[in-house]
Design a protein. Structure first.
Length: 322
C-alpha cells in the first residue's frame, strides 16, 4: 500500500501535537480526519479558544470532530465513516477500546518519555524535575491500560543541566514529528516488531508522570540546591513554580520563579531566608546552599529579570518566604 492510500485519523490537542500532524500533511500522507478536544473559554474575557490542533486542521481544510464523550454513539458512527486504516494519538486523552481497536492496523501513540518510564500526563516535566540526564520519545500501540502498550520505536536525547522543560519539550516535539513518520512507514512496509514493555530491561525503579496541579508547583525551600533547582526548571516556563512572600499584617505576595542559578555553599541562615542588595541580586537559602533568582513574575504582572524586578519592588528585607 502507498502512503497516499493509507487512511489515517489523527488525534491531538496542544502545540506538541501540531508538529506530527504537520509532518504527515506536508509528507503527503492521507489524513482523512482529525479529532481534538471541544472548544473552551479561556482568559479574562472567556473568549472561546480553539486548540492548536484544531487551528492547524482548519487551515489545512481537514475534516474535524470534537466529541465531548468518546463513547457517544454519534461520535463512534462518525469515526467509522472515515474508514481509518490507522489512528495516531499525540497528547490527547485516554481512548475507549471501541475507538482504539477500530482501525485494521491499530492505533499508535507518541509519548514524550522512554517508556516504560514516566507513564502519565506530564512526562517531560517529571523527567526534568527528577534531574534526569536523558529522556526521549516512544511510539507504541494502544491497549487497555494507559501507556502500557507494545513499544514500536524510541529516540533518546540528553537533558542538559541548564535545560528547562520548555527547551526539552521543543526538542521532543520536533523529534516526535520525525518518529511518527518513521513509525507510519514501518507499519506500511510491515517492518514493525513491537516489544512488550515488561520485556524492556530497566535498571531503576519506574517513575510515574502524574498530572501537575497548582499545588504541585509550590516550592519547598527545605530541599537541597539540586532538588530545588531541578524542580524550578522542570516547571519553567509553564506552569511555573511558585512561592509566597510574607510580610507582617499584609496579604501574602505570590511570585512565580522561572530561572535560577545554584550557589553551593553552606548557608548561615534557615531555608527560605532572602538575601538581597535591593539592586542586582536575590538569593534564597535552601538546605545546603542558595538559589540565585534570575527571573520571576508577580501575580498579574510581566516576567522580569531580577534587576528590573528589584528596582520596582521594595520591602524584601522585611519579608520572609514560604
Amino acid at each position: 500500500m502507498e502512503k497516499k492510500d493509507l487512511r489515517i485519523v489523527y488525534m491531538g490537542t496542544p502545540d506538541f501535537a501540531v508538529e506530527s500532524l504537520r509532518c504527515l500533511v506536508e509528507g503527503g500522507y492521507n489524513v482523512v480526519g482529525v479529532i481534538t478536544m471541544p472548544d473552551k473559554p479561556a482568559g479574562r474575557g472567556h473568549k472561546v479558544q480553539f486548540s492548536p490542533v484544531k487551528q492547524y486542521a482548519l487551515e489545512q481544510n481537514l475534516p474535524l470532530l470534537q466529541p465531548e464523550r468518546l463513547k457517544d454513539e454519534s461520535f463512534i458512527e462518525a469515526l467509522r465513516e472515515w474508514k481509518a486504516d490507522l489512528q495516531i494519538v499525540v497528547a490527547f486523552r485516554m481512548l475507549p477500546e471501541v475507538v482504539w481497536a477500530m482501525p485494521r492496523l491499530g492505533t499508535f501513540n507518541l509519548h514524550a518519555s522512554l517508556l516504560p518510564q514516566y507513564r502519565g500526563a506530564a512526562p517531560i516535566n517529571w523527567a526534568v524535575i527528577n534531574g534526569d540526564t536523558e529522556t526521549g520519545i516512544t511510539t507504541f500501540f494502544l491497549q487497555q491500560e494507559i501507556d502500557t502498550g507494545k513499544v514500536i520505536q524510541q529516540v533518546h536525547i540528553p537533558i542538559a543541566d541548564t535545560d528547562n522543560v520548555g527547551v526539552v519539550h521543543d526538542k521532543l516535539m520536533v523529534l516526535g514529528g520525525k518518529l511518527v513518520i518513521e513509525t507510519v512507514d514501518a507499519i506500511l512496509e510491515n517492518r514493525v516488531k513491537p516489544i512488550p514493555q515488561e520485556e524492556m530491561a530497566q535498571s531503576e525503579e519506574l517513575r510515574p508522570a502524574p498530572k501537575i496541579f497548582k499545588e504541585t508547583c509550590r516550592i519547598n525551600w527545605t530541599g537541597n540546591v539540586k532538588q530545588t533547582y531541578d524542580f524550578i526548571r522542570g516547571l519553567s516556563p509553564y506552569p511555573a513554580a511558585w512561592t509566597e512572600l510574607h510580610q507582617e499584617q499584609e496579604a501574602p505576595v505570590i511570585i512565580k520563579i522561572f530561572e535560577t542559578e545554584k550557589i553551593e555553599k553552606t548557608p548561615e541562615v534557615t531555608p527560605g531566608t532572602i538575601q538581597t542588595d535591593g539592586r542586582t541580586y536575590l538569593h534564597i537559602a535552601v538546605a545546603d546552599g542558595y538559589l540565585s533568582i534570575k527571573s520571576l513574575q508577580l501575580a498579574g504582572k510581566k516576567r522580569l529579570a531580577i534587576d528590573n524586578f528589584l528596582r520596582g519592588f521594595k520591602f524584601l528585607d522585611e519579608m520572609k518566604i514560604e
